[in-house]
Design a protein around this ligand. Structure first.
Ligand code: ZN
Length: 528
């Protein structure tokens, strides 16, 4: 935007007499400064309908409104597409997303694809990685996520989902693990690292998929130690814990919002999609009343996140769109997408009421498509979209897979600096138009919040400090420096040091080299 202004400046300057140039320049600088100030988003909200896409939205809109596009995002000023391929495909030199191959061979779209962990890592850190990796790059080293960056900048951070709170998408935005199935490790980090101020989702150990209480705990998502620490407040962080729907509803507007909020919906697998019964049409089988909705948890999250003076970042995942697509269950997919739409609407309404909408950048997208959902009759270069049967009627559709696809997904943005995504969407698809790739979400956040290379505290105990450095490029060469001395072997983004031998101030630097550019971080100081 500043470049654009300076282009205009050159044209204008020719028309202005030299004696006025200084005054003009001063005003211009003030103008640029003011507009830049105005355009930096104080808050960022990223909505992700996991496993959704163009045709999922088309089916949902046909059913809900009898027309497409009609969703809350239809009016967003920035409408682009996004590619979602993972880093493995990229590093093997295979086609990442090839527009021509996609639209000329129907089976190309399901030949290779990302899953949620790799895509969340890309969106949350700016680095594409292997499937199943959480917050780690292709070499298996942890890379800083935008929640950690926000936290280091004094902003509040949160993740809310309709699936288990520690599932791949929230995990990829906030933790680091070699596997998305390392739930104990992921949950431990979410509860104790201090990065997050709000966590919300399902995965309650004492309820089943219908929201009925069970005697024997299901400890897949939260192990006994973490459960005891969370409930008793004996962990690193004292969480305000709630599983009560009415309480969660009240929290949306409650004064004195909890500092650290953990909302665990009283249900196991997900908020609604995994409930018993076969749905023939959306909403035919009721959801237990004690289970909060994604919208209710999101508003409670906002009330806590908006208490800080420096703004916040929130990731909201409609995670069960993916689960319904895997099941090829269109009625429940439509349910999930409509609850997702409802959440996007409710959040904007809440922000408007609190006067925060204008300073919030809102992004709505998907981590990947799932189910390869189209209309019947697709083959070769013939692509048929779902057919509208009118409002309240299931459209004509066909799932061509029970897994993910390499389809481009829709990308919507609004709010301050949302036009940054036009400059990042530098590739063109013959059908969807300009598109960016998923890792550019984190890259945009880093650009907007001014982080190139910076040291961030990961954890601190009495004797040990763990630091991370943010990287401006994926293949950066890293060298940690402690009290002016280059530490042998300290060449990854994460660095731990034993402080027990130190009695005075310890100063850390990190040198990061990307190609020909050398970055030296600002010092990070600690008094043991
Ligand atoms: Zn999936």
């Amino acid at each position: 935007m500043i470049e654009l202004n300076s282009c205009r400046k050159n044209v204008l300057l020719q028309k202005i007499r030299p004696m006025r140039i200084l005054t003009f320049l001063l005003f211009l600088l003030l103008f640029i400064f003011a507009s830049a100030q105005q355009k930096t988003p104080k808050n960022i909200i990223i909505f992700i309908a996991d496993g959704g896409g163009y045709n999922q939205m088309m089916c949902t809109d046909f059913y809900l409104y009898g027309d497409y596009p009609k969703s809350p995002m239809a009016s967003f000023p920035v409408q682009l597409a996004m590619s979602t391929y993972n880093g493995s495909l990229q590093s093997q030199g295979a086609t990442c997303y090839d527009s021509k191959k996609f639209w000329t061979g129907f089976s190309y779209g399901i030949a290779g694809f990302t899953e949620s962990a790799a895509s969340a890592t890309a969106m949350g850190t700016g680095f594409k990685t292997h499937n199943s990796m959480i917050g780690m790059n292709l070499d298996g080293n942890p890379v800083t996520n935008i929640m950690e960056i926000a936290h280091a900048k004094g902003k509040k951070t949160g993740v809310v989902t309709s699936v288990p709170f520690c599932h791949a998408t929230p995990a990829g935005f906030s933790t680091h693990s070699k596997s998305r199935n390392g739930f104990s490790e992921i949950t431990f980090q979410m509860l104790n690292s201090g990065t997050l101020d709000v966590v919300g989702g399902s995965g309650h150990p004492y309820f089943d998929n219908d929201g009925n209480a069970v005697q024997v705990p299901f400890t897949k998502y939260i192990d006994t130690t973490s459960w005891v620490n969370l409930k008793s407040g004996s962990g690193n962080i004292k969480w305000y814990y709630t599983e009560n729907r009415n309480n969660i509803k009240l929290l949306a507007n409650q004064k004195n919002a909890p500092e650290k909020l953990f909302m665990l919906a009283p249900v196991s697998g997900n908020l609604a999609e995994a409930r018993t019964g076969t749905s023939l049409v959306p909403f035919d089988i009721p959801v237990k009343q004690s289970i909060p909705t994604l919208a209710e948890m999101s508003l409670a999250a906002l009330n806590t996140l908006s208490t800080g003076p420096d703004g916040f970042i929130l990731m909201v995942e409609g995670g069960s769109v993916d689960w319904a697509d895997h099941d090829n269950c269109l009625p429940r997919m439509i349910e999930e997408y409509s609850w997702f739409y409802n959440t996007v609407d409710s959040v904007q309404q809440w922000l408007k009421e609190k006067g925060l909408l204008e300073e919030t950048l809102i992004i709505v997208t998907n981590d990947h498509e799932c189910g390869y959902l189209w209309g019947p009759g697709c083959e070769g270069s013939t692509f048929v979209t779902p057919k509208n049967n009118g409002k309240g009627k299931i459209p004509e559709y066909k799932y061509y897979s029970t897994n993910h696809s390499n389809t481009l997904v829709p990308f919507f943005a609004k709010g301050p600096s949302s036009d940054i995504f036009y400059s990042l969407a530098d590739e063109t698809d013959s059908v969807r138009g300009s598109y960016l790739t998923n890792s550019e979400i984190a890259i945009a956040v880093k650009m907007l919040w001014g982080t190139t290379s910076e040291i961030i505290l990961s954890s601190l105990t009495e004797n040990e400090i763990s630091l991370m450095v943010t990287l401006p490029c994926p293949d950066a060469k890293i060298q940690w420096i402690m009290n002016g001395r280059r530490v042998d072997g300290a060449n990854s983004a994460q660095f731990s040091a034993n402080l027990s031998g130190y009695s005075t101030k310890v100063v850390f630097h990190c040198e990061v080299i990307c190609g020909d550019t050398k970055y030296m971080t600002k010092p990070y100081e600690i008094n043991p």
